[in-house]
Design a protein around this ligand. Sequence first.
Ligand code: CAO
Length: 443
Amino acid sequence: MAKIQLLVPDIGDFDSVDVIEVLIQEGDQIQLDDSVLTLESDKATMEVPATYAGKVSNLQVKVGDKVAKGTYICDLEVAEASEAATPVIEKAVAQAPKQDTTSVEAEVTPKLHEQTHASNVGLPIASSVANTPKPVNRQSSGAVHHATPAVRAFARVLGVELTKVAGTGSKGRILKSDIEAFVKSVMQSGSTAAVTGGSGIPAVPIIDFAQFGAIEEIELSRIKKISGKHLATAWLNIPHVTQFDECDITDLEQFRKDMKTQAEKAGVKLTPLVFIMKAVVAGLKAFPNFNASLSPDGQKLIRKSYFNIGIAVDTPNGLVVPVVRDVDQKSIFELSRDLMELSAKARDGKLSPKDLSGGCFSISSLGGIGGTQFTPIVNAPEVAIMGVSKAAMQPVWDGAAFQPRLIMPFSVSYDHRVIDGAEGVRFTQFVGQHLADIRQLLL
Ligand code: CAO
């Protein structure tokens, strides 16, 4: 038996594509051409086929990963006969990560290499010998269900698990009409047992609202679709805790007003947000766990020594989070200018991928609108986000009398795998104190 590394083949111009489905699991016996992954880019959904029949081991890829040509998917234990009969690409072998399997690549028969040169199809190789894989009963293994990407996408939209659907197409392939029939039967029976919202969670029941009155269907904007998926991913993957706090920004507000003319001369409009960005950076320096991301395997913390802050911007088409870079190195006026430019670009739909990448920590400010507190969703793979609400005058006891002070409520949601509660509240206290006395930002 040969052990073969299955890699992602050439997938066109994409160098980082989301894995939305892993259609195999360790121990599965799969057949040639069975789909092993479903990938989704902004433009298309595509399935990665297996170029060997064999037994899956050492599965490396999970839903949510990003893959590119050459990404190592898993090992396949294949029978010698199948190995010799199946096309492979030598180039792909060269790109494979160094594993035990690659060390035996030299043992691959010349015949196999000849086929490598002869073929433009397929995935990688390497070898060792063992038993012949048994044929797969894919439906019973629950791992692979024949359906085209369009049908899979359709099923996902409706929250239908393909394992529950009987395929009526050729070789049991699941057709769109099978999904429709399945949904119909679920609705008629009033059952939602087989309809899930992904990640195994129960989904909201499918209701035909038209039965209660007139309805209108409005397509979500592209931004809403993308941000919705990202928010749901973050919400499902991160154990969130939200710490509420408040700070006294009376002096900050006085300083901001004093600076108004100077700011206008510099062509910028000062809002509390730029001071908040500075205070957050001071907090990130004092509490570096907040300026970090978890490694994909969740075993390491990747701390960052740069300070780029994402700012949630409300646009007519939905929420976007452009990134202000190097906040630690910029003056208050420079930050105001960056903020004005980025929010204008966001509202005009002109943000570039660079404007949207590289953030360390995000701030969502609803302070210009209102509200007292809210629980922002961490912008994964960041580990924390600050939510800013509207400051209001409040009577504050100074030990002798009540004084009118401008109090700003804010919250910080964080990933509890990375940050403990005590550290969370120390961080909010630190940021609050720096906003209450902005002279500390000079230190
Ligand atoms: N308390 C009291 N007043 C505040 C405030 C606060 N925390 N924050 C801002 N303000 C004031 C500003 O000073 C300004 O008033 P003046 O004109 O009198 O100075 C006014 O509110 C409007 O501010 P702004 O919202 O235009 O500017 P900003 O710098 O505070 O925010 C931006 C910029 C782009 C973040 C904001 O316009 C925006 O889009 N906010 C919404 C973000 C969002 O939707 N978050 C939710 C994400 S989760 O769905």
